[in-house]
Design a protein around this ligand. Structure first.
Ligand code: ZN
Length: 198
């Protein structure tokens, strides 16, 4: 049954599409927005639109950035021959927060998951393979320890092995199924330092 006008119902529906937003939260957000001053709503909508328009993939590492080349890839202080492969920009941020990784990254934007039909061509793998033609000494696999993350790591290691480039995987200090972004810095560093060759 529809208790609200179509416009309100629409707004509630849009909010409920967002991750972590259930029916109750969607209603709360919708009514909050309706009661907000017009200029604040405009600012919110505008920020969402301009952010969405401005942000794209870094030409080198595919992380989300508002520049052509992200600050990490553009930095001469970073070791461009060591590439850490992560699933998303939030995982990159988790390692960046430790301040101890001096290499660069490659962001896949997902992981291989045959169960839900995500194959190698659906993530940024081609871009990684292209980068291997440059001066690369080591690929560090830092995908999540979920089934999808492990599948992706195995797939990449098979692709990289024939090139002779050293390929390592972060240690399993990272709990199974754990998202890198929720893991504390000490654990992340230990996982990085304890990486093993595949
Ligand atoms: Zn980059």
């Amino acid at each position: 049954m529809n208790y609200y006008s179509d416009a309100i119902t629409n707004l509630i529906e849009e909010f409920s599409r967002l991750p972590g937003i259930g029916a109750k939260s969607a209603q709360k957000l919708a009514f909050h927005v309706i009661n907000m001053p017009d200029d604040q709503v405009e600012k919110l909508a505008e920020t969402i639109l301009t952010t969405k328009k401005k942000i794209h993939y870094c030409k080198e590492c595919c992380t989300l950035t508002d520049q052509e080349i992200c600050p990490i890839c553009a930095s001469s202080k970073r070791d461009h021959s060591v590439i850490m492969v992560v699933e998303n920009t939030r995982d990159l941020a988790a390692y960046e927060k430790t301040g101890k990784f001096e290499g660069v990254y490659h962001v896949l934007h997902g992981a291989i998951s045959p169960m839900i039909g995500i194959g190698p061509n659906d993530i940024r793998l081609k871009e990684l393979i292209t980068r291997l033609q440059g001066d690369v000494k080591e690929i560090i696999l830092a995908t999540n320890s979920s089934l999808e993350g492990e599948t992706t790591a195995m797939y990449i290691s098979k692709l990289v092995k024939p090139t002779g480039i050293k390929i390592t995987k972060i240690a399993s200090g990272v709990p199974v199924g754990g998202d890198l972004e929720y893991i504390d810095e000490v654990t992340l560093l230990r996982a990085l330092e304890g990486r093993t060759e595949m």
